[in-house]
Design a protein around this ligand. Structure first.
Ligand code: DLZ
Length: 206
């Protein structure tokens, strides 16, 4: 049991997500960690009452694509019902060659469309791991600013589920799948359910 003072306060009321429609948009880069975060998020959302049929999952090649994809999801141009991953920016991923290391982007599934149904929140999930160039800093900075802009421009809460880790091990531990004795805990997922639901309670009270 950790004695850290970090983290969100307990929920003020019992949370009921049964009426919420949530989109998860995730990158495929650093797939092992992203998959753990996505799975943990879906599990926690369901535990909080969100219906599986009201959770839509879309994927993009890397975190840099998350802001545009979240915006598209909110405006409903490419949305598929059910918790199966589809590629939102399919053309892009075909330009990216799969890489044999753990830091890979998987091939893109096909795009599917359906009529627009509004989302109560969009959860953006990605994992950025620092390399030897400034790439990490530029992507972290631009993605976080752009995701904030999407939620301010659209009025739909965008939950920031992008891990920015300095090492592979740090990323694995924050997804609860650490390689050592310390497995860590599923950082994004553990907190996301509360943040999503509380955000909606807050918005509903305005
Ligand atoms: C290119 C790149 C690199 C080096 N590292 C990551 C990363 O750690 N995490 C991530 O989500 N994406 C990475 N990308 C891919 C970029 O986000 C983006 O997909 C490409 O630059 C194409 O726009």
């Amino acid at each position: 049991m950790s004695d850290s003072i970090k983290g969100p306060a307990p929920a003020p009321t019992k949370l009921d997500g049964s009426s919420l429609r949530i989109a998860i948009v995730h990158s495929r880069w650093n797939k092992t960690v992203v998959d753990a975060l996505v799975a943990g998020t879906i599990k926690k959302l369901k535990e909080t009452g969100v219906k599986e049929s009201n959770i839509v999952v879309q994927s993009v090649p890397g975190s840099f694509e998350l802001p545009l994809a979240c915006s598209k999801v909110i405006f409903g141009s490419h949305v598929q019902a059910g918790a199966t991953a589809t590629d939102l920016l399919g053309g892009l991923s075909s330009l990216m060659s799969p890489n044999p290391t753990s830091r890979t982007s998987t091939p893109a599934p096909q795009i599917a469309t359906m009529p627009h149904q509004p989302f109560d929140a969009v959860i953006a999930i990605g994992v950025l791991i620092k390399g030897s160039t400034m790439h990490f800093e530029y992507i972290c900075e631009s993605v976080s600013h752009a995701l904030m802009r999407v939620q301010l421009d659209t009025g739909v809460p965008v939950i920031f589920g992008v891990l920015t880790a300095l090492t592979d091990d740090q990323a694995l531990e924050r997804a609860g799948i650490g390689r050592g004795a310390n497995k860590g805990h599923n950082h994004g997922a553990a907190n996301l359910q509360f943040i999503v639901l509380r955000f909606n309670l807050f918005l509903a009270s305005l």
